[in-house]
Design a protein around this ligand. Structure first.
Ligand SMILES: *[C@@H]1O[C@H](CO)[C@@H](O)[C@H](O)[C@H]1NC(C)=O
Length: 430
């Protein structure tokens, strides 16, 4: 074939360069993670129940043994449970929430979903029906120009269940004394198959679903018994998410790995370019889940947030703080698991009284103006600090009765600005 237009060496070099460029980095993410900040919010407690986000759903069962979504399916009348869940899915998050999230100047939502939305094993009591809502959410995200992160929040066997001996975790769907996901290859194989399914669902939609997070908060604090199978799972997830077509063609979807509560240095060099591309790391930062945390003064909470900056600004993958909160107590009802009290008021085993929870959780109408001012300062200190990474997603958009955790309540009551760059305390970290 002949080429009929005049060429000189500069032109050839340009063609050559751009051709080489398009071959060597065909990967083109749905959001410019390296140059724009992720500013987002989690849609917690919607497609995965969490008792503290919607305590009424659990209280209404009248059964104290219903402590998570597993036992909700196990012990509650099946027809009633199904009705309650369907009503919840229809009302907790709607198109209007996506409109408000976009109006609040955010660019991302992270949507937790459990494995049981895709596949339920025999003897597992979970109730299905979440997938149409995932599809709705993606449609609404597209409509309002938001990017949606699909986050596998619960895996077969549970990947967390409990944090050492200090806290119960119900957010994998199943609270238990020791996670069993990692010790049973059947569990891991099932999870791989679900990630493949999610990856092929959204393979061509990286502009709306730019990220898949293959596992939320695996219990890396148990050491190599979890971390060794987890690292293999993360390699397999890379293949499943980045190559969803069964060919050498890559998707444009980013793989977001949770740090498994390890220091970022533990993951240094893991799945880094040039052998891997399109991998990001997710770290979660809370200041409420230990006795020492809830004993801190308001100023110490701010200082602690500001103190994360050097670590967050220095990592070899894209990094985001995928969960964090302006909460400074564990007072929210059922936050430590249904039936458990709070460290802050000494009602949690092994804790000592710091103060009364009154006025620190519940409705913002009970919050003092100084507390609301503090919430704004702490929120801003975290936003400023977490933007040293590639961005942040606050936990969580809505709660029934813990306004200190609610992005929406923060907007409505003035401690979160309607534009996340509209800071009142831009020098709070000095
Ligand atoms: C492994 O997990 C599967 C469910 O994923 C379960 O059916 C099976 O009994 C488990 N095996 C063992 C040895 O616990």
């Amino acid at each position: 074939m002949s080429i009929n237009f005049p060429m000189h060496s500069t032109f050839l070099a340009l063609i050559g360069l751009s051709f080489f460029h398009s071959v060597s980095s065909q990967f083109s993410p749905g959001f410019p993670y390296g140059s724009e900040k992720v500013r987002g919010v989690n849609l917690g407690g919607w497609l995965v129940l969490e008792p503290w986000i919607t305590p009424s759903i659990f209280d209404n069962t009248g059964n104290p043994n219903i402590v998570d979504e597993w036992t909700f399916g196990q012990y509650y009348d099946r027809a009633t449970a199904t009705n309650v869940l369907q009503n919840h899915w229809n009302t907790w998050i709607t198109q209007n929430d996506f409109a408000n999230i976009a109006a609040a100047g955010l660019n991302h939502v992270r949507l937790p979903i459990g494995y049981w939305a895709f596949e339920v094993g025999s003897g597992e009591p979970y109730i299905q029906g979440q997938l149409p809502y995932l599809q709705n959410a993606v449609q609404w995200a597209s409509q309002y120009g938001l990017k949606l992160i699909v986050d596998l929040h619960g895996a077969p066997g549970s990947q967390n269940g409990r944090v050492l001996i200090v806290s119960w975790y119900d957010n994998s769907g199943q609270r238990m004394s020791y996670p069993t996901w990692q010790s049973n290859q059947t569990n891991i194989d099932r999870t791989d198959a679900i990630i493949k399914q999610i990856a092929s669902m959204f393979a061509g939609q990286a502009d709306v679903v730019p990220i898949i997070a293959p596992l939320n908060e695996p219990a890396g604090y148990y050491g190599s018994s979890v971390l060794t199978p987890l690292r293999q799972y993360y390699y397999d997830s890379y293949g499943n998410i980045r190559y969803p077509y069964g060919t050498s063609t890559q998707s444009n979807i980013v793989v977001l790995l949770h740090d498994a509560f390890q220091p970022l240095s533990y993951w240094s060099g893991f799945e880094t370019p040039p052998n891997f591309q399109g991998v990001a790391m997710d770290t979660h930062i809370y200041q409420v889940f230990s006795n020492a945390d809830v004993q801190m003064s308001w100023q110490s909470h701010i200082n602690t947030a500001c103190g994360t900056q050097s670590t967050l600004s220095n990592f070899d993958l894209w990094l985001m703080v995928g969960e964090w909160s302006p909460a400074i107590t564990d007072c929210a009802t059922y936050l430590n698991g249904r039936g458990n009290g709070a460290r802050y008021d000494g009602s949690f085993p092994g804790s000592t009284y710091v103060g009364s929870c009154t006025g620190l959780t519940g409705s913002a109408s009970t919050f003092s103006s100084s507390y609301k001012t503090f919430l704004r300062q702490f929120w801003e200190a975290q936003v400023i600090s977490y933007e040293k990474s590639n961005g942040w997603l606050m936990w969580t958009w809505k709660t029934e009765s813990a306004d200190e955790w609610s992005y929406l309540a923060g907007l409505q009551n003035g401690w979160i600005p309607w534009s996340p760059t509209n800071l009142q305390y831009p020098t709070i970290c000095g």
